[in-house]
Unconditional design. Structure first.
Length: 249
């Protein structure tokens, strides 16, 4: 089904490579995989679309689709200024998994348009283009929300693990931000970003743990000598310990 500003199609392909010519500038294509695995390339590097995934790409450049086995998908193409907006840059030319109801909605909508006789669309073509656009935006909103939730969950997990490691190793004077990042298998930049969400820095978190340990030891009856407490708390000297205690009054 093809109209001036949108089109919809089913694509069944055998193993091999298909070359699609460039569409008009501003055209976007939604690919909804039904069966098989296909590698797409719209000029910015290839990406793989597996079964029950979808992707959005700008089709104003030639698109190559290649597969080593049979595949099936439905496609929708439309002129859309909204999909070209900066806020949707994250979604360009990468595959997404979506919950089954959303995948079924996309397939059913495109199949309905494909099966409709051309003369039944008539003057509603512009409204159908809007429906296609809203469908794609809904899919992108869903996957973006899922990504944000996953990222938030991963950040919280990383924060908990960092706190655990600091509590476990802060008594070692050689323990540092660099070692913490290494144990968490993240970059120091990412580690600082995680602690910034907590309103602090990794260095301050380590120092705070050492200050807490030192205070508890100093407040005990019959406390050990200051040099011993400093060493056990993770400080390299009594002077360093006292300076930290002063900072955390």
């Amino acid at each position: 089904m093809r109209h001036d500003t949108w089109s919809a199609a089913r694509v069944w392909s055998s193993p091999g490579t298909l070359h699609a010519p460039a569409d008009a500038p501003g055209t976007h294509c939604v690919l909804v995989s039904v069966e098989g695995t296909v590698t797409f390339d719209a000029g910015n590097g290839p990406f793989i679309l597996d079964e029950h995934q979808f992707a959005v790409l700008e089709s104003s450049s030639p698109v190559t689709a290649s597969s080593t086995g049979p595949s099936a998908r439905v496609e929708g193409r439309l002129l859309s200024r909204r999909l070209g907006a900066e806020e949707f840059r994250f979604a360009r030319e990468r595959p997404f998994d979506v919950p089954e109801p959303f995948w079924q909605l996309a397939v059913a909508t495109l199949n309905t348009l494909i099966a409709a006789p051309p003369d039944t669309v008539g003057g509603g073509s512009a409204r159908i283009r809007n429906v296609l656009e809203e469908l794609i935006l809904t899919l992108l909103a869903e996957v973006h929300a899922n990504e944000l939730t996953a990222a938030s969950s991963q950040a919280a997990q990383l924060q908990r693990e960092a706190t655990r490691l600091i509590g476990l190793h802060s008594g070692d004077p050689v323990f540092s931000v660099q070692l913490l990042a290494s144990q968490l298998a993240v970059s120091q930049t990412h580690l600082h970003r995680i602690f910034a969400e907590l309103g602090t820095t990794p260095r301050k978190a380590i120092e705070r743990a050492r200050v807490r340990a030192a205070r508890e030891a100093l407040e005990q009856a019959g406390a050990a000598p200051a040099a011993v407490i400093a060493d056990r708390s993770g400080f390299t000297s009594v002077r360093q310990m006292r300076a930290a205690l002063q900072r955390w009054l």
